[in-house]
Ligand binder design. Structure first.
Ligand code: LLP
Length: 443
């Protein structure tokens, strides 16, 4: 089975240039730092496009596939426009994500709105901009959406989010398909939901079922199990209600390679399992081939992104451990402190130097838990060296905060030796722009 881009540790354009510096997208990372400062998120356009093309190629033998990118992994105007230009639609989970893809010029009929507690305002925005599908998560949302659709004289195209009862072996916080998940209708609630849509909620049109089992998945069998359940449900609902549903959305979840020991399957391997299972289930349950929706997030954007930091203070503790601190940390990458996530890094200004010591990379935020990388082999280091942490494209900027009142970093997109700012660095004034001192507190 061919390899794919999500199986790489670094962006596909990563090289060491003639100055002996790391380069991505033809841009010298040391020069990027001189131009844009640190911390800096860098995204490689070629890598993003390569993953999108891997996905399209891997699923090309099935006629009806709707590829959507899960915006929660990283949502910005530029990346939305870029991913849309590869023919992808979008899975969005908030008014903010809807607004971003809308403003990026995305075809809203290719957008699906997910979420377990969508607000009235968010649902109204979705109706106003005409998102293509809403994946309804629960009974409250069914009735609310029907009412809102009626008030706008619209029929809304929906899927039902279901919990298939499948456990995958990933971090407990990023499993979603197991039975006691907070997401979706469990299998025993589907009939009641369908009955309500068919007989009571006249402003909703049901097209199919949606599930998502988890994230950073390395096993392929879970997709087989998921498809079997979804197709079986489609056939059962046809028998019981005479209802011909023709869409299944299997969510996202394909893993990426953060460290040498991570071995995620390729897009081609999961496509093989998914399409074989789909074709077998179609035959077994005797249904018409449904349209297959996929909504990968991490595997589209993670490998394309790196974060550059400048090394500052260092400390040798009595037990022998050596800390080096960088000018970012848990506010621009929450994943190590939140999930114990591990990352690989290199030194951008001397990538070929001998890896001579084990060090711990500490963040600059005021928490002992703000450690970016525990125990990594790096060359001799000094203040001012540029650390390049790989595979930070997904769930880093999107989960970034202003903890300690630190400005969020800038992001640049690199391609063909050109770099463009796609997200400006926050300023000190940005940080206080929403603050108000009531008059009575003014001197
Ligand atoms: N679809 C649904 C309904 C989802 O809930 C998710 C992710 C995706 C698609 C995309 O999954 P992906 O392909 O990215 O695995 N913050 C965590 C990840 C949370 C994932 C939440 N749902 C992390 O940093 O690992």
């Amino acid at each position: 089975m061919p390899a794919s881009t999500n199986q790489l540790l670094t962006p596909i354009t990563t090289t060491v240039n003639q100055d002996g510096h790391l380069s991505i997208g033809g841009c010298d990372l040391v020069e990027l730092v001189q131009k844009y400062a640190t911390p800096l998120y860098v995204f490689d356009e070629e890598t993003i496009r390569a993953v999108c093309r891997d996905y399209k190629k891997a699923f090309s033998s099935y006629e009806k596939v709707n590829m959507m990118y899960a915006s929660k992994a990283l949502c910005s105007l530029a990346t939305s426009a870029l991913i849309a230009s590869e023919g992808f639609g979008f899975d969005v989970v908030s008014g903010g994500e809807i607004y971003t893809v809308y403003k990026a010029g995305v075809d809203m009929s290719k957008v699906l709105f997910n979420g377990n507690n969508k607000s009235v305002d968010e649902l109204l925005l979705a109706l106003d901009v005409g998102v293509g599908r809403i994946s309804v998560d629960n009974f409250l949302e069914l009735s609310l959406l029907d009412e809102l659709a009626a008030s706008k004289n619209k029929t809304v195209d929906i899927l039902l989010r279901i919990t298939p009862g499948i456990e995958c072996h990933t971090h407990e916080y990023i499993q979603t398909g197991h039975l006691d998940s907070k997401f979706g209708f469990d299998l025993t609630q589907i009939d009641e939901a369908v009955d309500l849509v068919l007989n009571q909620y006249k402003n909703l049109k049901l097209h199919g079922l949606h599930a998502h089992i988890g994230s950073q998945i390395f096993e392929t069998k879970v997709y087989h199990d998921e498809i079997e359940i979804l197709v079986k449900e489609l056939a059962r609902l046809d028998k019981k209600f005479g209802l011909k549903l023709d869409e299944i959305n299997i969510g996202g979840g394909l893993g990426v390679k953060y460290t040498e020991s991570d071995v995620p399957p390729s897009t081609f391997e999961i496509a093989d399992v998914i399409l074989k299972s789909l074709n077998a289930s179609i035959e077994k349950y005797g249904i018409e081939p449904p349209t297959l929706f996929l909504e990968p997030g991490r595997s589209i954007i993670s490998t394309a992104g790196v974060t550059l930091y400048t090394l500052g203070s260092s400390k040798q503790v009595p037990n022998g451990k050596k800390y080096f601190a960088v000018d970012g940390g848990m506010a621009d990458n929450a994943r190590p402190s939140m999930y114990g996530a591990e990352y690989l890094a290199g030194v951008a200004n001397k990538p070929d130097s001998e890896l001579s010591q084990n060090v711990t990379i500490a963040g600059r935020f005021c928490e002992s838990g703000d450690i970016l990388i525990k125990n990594i082999k790096l060359p001799e280091l000094e203040e001012g060296d540029i650390l390049c942490v790989f595979n930070t494209g997904a769930y880093n900027y999107s989960m970034a905060s202003n903890y300690n009142r630190v400005q969020k970093p800038a992001a640049v997109l690199v391609n063909n030796s050109q770099s463009d700012i796609i997200i400006n660095r926050e300023t000190l004034d940005d940080l206080i722009s929403k603050d108000i001192i009531p008059d009575r507190l003014r001197a």
